[in-house]
Design a protein around this ligand. Structure first.
Ligand code: ZN
Length: 263
């Protein structure tokens, strides 16, 4: 990209230096300039596709102050079939959940911009107790956040999302396949609860969520259940146009008993 950019700079420069510039050359130059501008934008997007900024937060449990990094923007080039974004996303998923370095209280940024009553603090400390000596990982941070979200009775979809992101961390980890499948099963279970509780505002979302449940069961290796949910998605009149093709293709994998988690 860099060489191409320099090459175009030279082209523009050499045209510009000619004393006699014909009208056709001028048009050519304008096109080149436009092209250069587009490439320039593309180039900076590639370089700075992911931006994040530091933010000081205070743990609502023990008052510990620390810095978190909040994602400002990112650029997506591809999305995997379980909706994990790929591209210049930096630590988008890692910075999703933050954890207090002292007590391990974990949650979204909004979970730190808050205060709790003394009773709530004591309850949360009890939840955190088993993790006191844990070596923190992104998966454990998400699991603590899940326990806290369960305590506060947050939406099922919200909890499902934390399980889904946790499963992304273990995508390529051949030593933690059982753990990854456990996270995916929990995600599917909470998504099912979210559907039952009618947590989605748009009618079209239900087909998308049923597709995702199917996709999670396929990755776990429960192919019959997977096919059942793909069919819910495929037969849903409110589904988005793109979903039919994707769900049909993934259903074919389930029929072939293919549990590929890399796609
Ligand atoms: Zn803390």
């Amino acid at each position: 990209m860099s060489n191409q950019k320099n090459f175009l700079y030279k082209q523009v420069g050499s045209n510009h230096n000619k004393t006699m510039i014909m009208k056709t050359t001028m048009n050519h130059l304008l096109i080149l300039r436009k092209l250069l501008l587009i490439i320039g934008i593309l180039y900076s997007t590639l370089l700075y596709g992911h931006t994040s900024y530091p933010k000081n937060v205070k743990c609502p449990i023990d008052g510990k102050e620390f810095t978190i990094y909040v994602t400002g923007s990112y650029t997506t080039f591809n999305t995997l079939k379980d909706f994990q974004k790929q591209g210049a996303i930096g630590d988008l998923y890692e910075s999703y959940v933050n954890s207090c370095p002292k007590c391990h209280y974990s949650g979204y940024q909004s979970d730190f911009d808050t205060t709790f009553s003394e009773t709530t603090k004591q309850d949360v400390l009890k939840i955190l107790e088993p993790f006191d000596k844990s070596k923190m990982t992104d998966v454990i941070e998400n699991e603590i956040a899940i326990k806290i979200h369960q305590y506060f009775k947050r939406d099922n979809d919200d909890i499902a999302n934390l399980y889904l992101v946790a499963s992304y961390f273990l995508r390529g980890d051949s030593l933690q396949i059982t753990k990854r499948k456990e996270l995916q099963l929990n995600c599917a279970t909470y998504l099912t609860k979210a559907i039952d509780a009618k947590e989605y505002k748009k009618a079209e979302t239900y087909a998308t969520i049923n597709y995702l449940i199917g996709e999670l069961y396929r990755r776990i290796g429960e192919f019959e259940t997977a096919i059942k949910y793909y069919d819910f998605a495929i037969n849903d009149q409110n589904k988005k146009e793109w979903l039919l093709k994707v769900a049909t293709k993934q259903k074919e994998l389930a029929i072939k008993k293919d549990d590929d988690n890399s796609i």
